[in-house]
Ligand binder design. Structure first.
Ligand code: FUL
Length: 685
């Protein structure tokens, strides 16, 4: 080797050494623990709500329902696990005990458990059956144990706290490993409490001794994530409807929170790493109700849930209300299988796998933090910018014009969450165009997916326009998702007009009004039509280009509310109760607690429907009611879980003839002053 080549080798080695030595950007605090990162990588997992409520058609059992009513005829945890696995979900969390206090395992702490039920002659153990099925099929297992116990006589006193901790220990020692431990936030209120039937309040922050619970959980299951309580590892996303904020910071300072809606966004300056978990049910309720068999979330809705959770830097906890048989209902299993197939198809071929990556600037030379680190196959390598450079662009050049409509971006979160704003452009026919989307491009975090209108791109560019520090992007992928033909929505307005809307504007819509299944030979929907009677409308969307038909959507309509007259007030706002739109709401004046409706003729009333204000963060939801037909009391009770899940409530009772109905509001959620009625209607025999 001559002097010159030695010199070149020396230079090269020096360069190599210098880029090898290019330090990684400093972490921006807070950062996740390795366990939080592993949890985040699970992305989707299941919830199962099953228990006494299932057999008593309740969402929140009072704690007095006989244990003997728990009687699944054909319990099959393997069927759950296979369904859940088939939907690509990585684990399952079971409601080992819900607020009613009934335990699904033979606990030594109370008689109110499977031991006292006819199921397997009192010899069964559901927690065991599910945890074993999980082990067999390679799913992770988690526990939900309600802190609130409406059965326990000692609830509210120190003795119950001991019981609660003993229950935790039983669950933690006998059924592991546990990947997540879930403490529900619904706490205190009225209950059976050993027969006292009273209202008991506790201070959730101190009563349950969550710090002690955390020690036990972490000691036995070091990698388990804790949800809820006072020392959690992950946070509730603030709603039960299936979405995280588009801006979603994993950092959070719960102590600085003014309103629980802030959980949806996290906090840019939060001092704790507390990533969001979106918990949502595949049906309106958490527990199974036969009347919701037709209300399993549509494919389109489930697909949205995915993009609005995993695609927004949160994990998705998707609930299955297991049916009375002890199995996941076939509609639910089929729907989630279809959902997984759709998501997998939408995000199947990463079009950036072979694209050439370049960047506006790179930290050091390209070998360690170059643009190509964002589309290599390693999660642990990333493109980074220099200290002080909080903006920058990543450009990917395709070998030939390539249609795209999805972009997935990931930040290297072991160094903290940084990106505050970005935008995406595509070069098409030599010109740059911003992508057409309604998505807000603010935070990224562990994963962000942007959906936009298909465009044939020669290049795709992400401009990061603001960040908390140098950029650290470890992965970017692009996809072309096929169109989704989704079932149309059906609504009747105050003028008795039925309006049917397809999910995408290019679909045709066909419908029936006689209960038969619509086909492309049925009547074609072109404009709203009048339907002033009781009946059932069914509709489909159809994509002629791909000869693709959507699932059927069904809307049951009862006697039209246009003939109703509110007689208890002259306020014009009452029209919002009947306008087919749950977002517009009539609020009763402060102190007014009843609403009387003249039905416009004698009817055989056998129930009513109440929809609380559907607006995000809306208040005034009615919690307890009494209901009268011609001044005869026909029903009273609570709208369980309406605070966190403000969906339409349907109450049924024995058919009663009458001309007027009256709803008396006996309790409003959070003792708010004014009750709100988004929609109101009666059902008739
Ligand atoms: C809520 C509970 O009150 C519901 O019943 C359900 O278990 C849900 C997951 O959490 O707070």
């Amino acid at each position: 080797m001559n002097f010159k080549s030695l010199f070149i080798l020396g230079l090269a080695a020096g360069a190599l050494a210098s880029c090898k030595n290019t330090p990684a950007p400093q972490a921006i605090m807070p950062i996740p623990t390795p366990e939080q990162i592993e949890w985040q990588k699970m992305e989707t997992y299941a919830f199962v709500h099953f228990g006494l409520n299932t057999f008593n058609d309740l969402e929140w059992g009072f704690g007095d329902t006989p244990a003997a009513t728990f009687d699944p005829t054909d319990l099959d945890c393997e069927q759950w696990v296979k369904t859940i696995k088939g939907a690509g979900l990585k684990g399952v969390i079971l409601t080992a005990k819900h607020h009613d206090g009934f335990c699904l395992w033979p606990t030594a702490t109370t008689e109110y458990s499977v031991k006292a039920s006819p199921w397997k002659n009192g010899q069964g153990d559901m927690v065991k059956e599910l945890s074993e099925a999980c082990k067999k099929h390679g799913l992770k297992f988690g526990i939900y144990l309600s802190p609130w116990d409406r059965n326990n006589a000692e609830y509210g006193r120190p003795d119950y706290v001991d019981t609660f901790h003993a229950q935790m220990t039983e669950l933690l020692t006998n059924y592991g490993p546990i990947f997540e431990y879930w403490f529900d936030g619904a706490n205190g209120g009225n209950g059976f409490y050993g027969g006292t039937n009273e209202h008991r309040n506790i201070d959730a922050k101190t009563y349950y001794q969550y710090e002690k619970a955390r020690e036990v959980i972490k000691q036995l299951h070091p990698s388990a994530m804790i949800f809820g309580g006072t020392c959690a590892d992950i946070r509730w996303i603030g709603n039960e409807s299936g979405w995280a904020g588009e801006t979603n910071w994993s950092p959070m300072s719960e102590d600085k929170m003014q309103h629980h809606s802030e959980l949806q966004w996290g906090m840019e300056d939060g001092h704790e790493w507390l990533p969001g978990e979106v918990d949502v049910s595949v049906r309106p309720g958490w527990f199974y109700h036969e009347r919701e068999d037709h209300q399993v979330r549509s494919l389109a809705n489930l697909v949205d849930l995915y993009y609005n959770s995993v695609g927004r830097n949160a994990n998705l906890l998707l609930n299955f209300p297991v049916a009375l048989s002890g199995k996941i209902h076939p509609t639910d299993s089929a729907r989630v299988a279809e959902w997984y197939a759709t998501i997998s198809e939408e995000l199947d071929e990463n079009l950036l796998a072979n694209a050439k990556a370049s960047a506006s600037a790179t930290r050091g030379d390209d070998s360690k933090f170059g643009a190509a680190k964002a589309n290599d196959t390693s999660w642990d390598t990333y493109w980074a910018t220099n200290d002080g450079e909080t903006t920058g662009s990543l450009t990917f050049t395709f070998a030939k014009p390539t249609p795209v409509n999805r972009l997935l971006i990931q930040e290297y979160i072991p160094l903290g969450q940084r990106v505050k704003a970005f935008n995406i452009e595509c070069e098409s026919n030599g010109l740059w165009h911003p992508v057409q989307t309604t998505d807000t491009m603010s935070t990224v975090g562990y994963k962000r997916i942007i959906r936009f209108k298909s465009i044939a791109a020669e290049k795709i560019r992400i401009n990061f326009t603001d960040a908390k520090g140098p950029l650290c992007i470890n992965n970017v992928e692009a996809f072309l998702a096929p169109a989704l033909v989704t079932e149309p929505s059906i609504n009747r307005n105050a003028a008795n007009e039925v309006i049917i809307k397809a999910g995408d504007s290019e679909s045709e819509v066909y419908f029936t009004t006689d209960g038969s299944t619509p086909t492309v030979n049925s009547e074609k929907y072109t404009a709203p039509f009048t339907f002033a009677q009781k009946g059932e409308i069914k509709a489909i969307a159809y994509d002629r280009n791909f000869d693709k038909t959507s699932p059927v959507s069904v809307r049951k309509l009862d006697i039209p509310t246009s003939q109703f007259k509110v007689t208890s007030t002259k306020d014009e706002g009452v029209k919002y109760m009947f306008d087919g739109n749950g977002y517009t709401t009539y609020y009763l004046p402060e102190g007014k607690k009843e609403i009387v409706v003249d039905l416009g003729g004698t009817c055989d009333v056998d129930g009513f429907r109440y929809t609380p204000n559907q607006g995000r963060d809306a208040g005034g939801h009615i919690a307890n009611y009494e209901f009268y037909v011609d001044n005869k009391k026909v029903a009273s009770g609570e709208f369980s879980n309406i605070k966190h899940n403000p969906i339409e409530q349907q109450i049924s009772f024995a058919p009663t003839q009458g001309k007027t109905v009256k709803m008396v509001i006996t309790h409003i959620v959070d003792n708010q002053k004014r009750a709100g009625i988004g929609e109101f209607s009666v059902t008739t025999k």
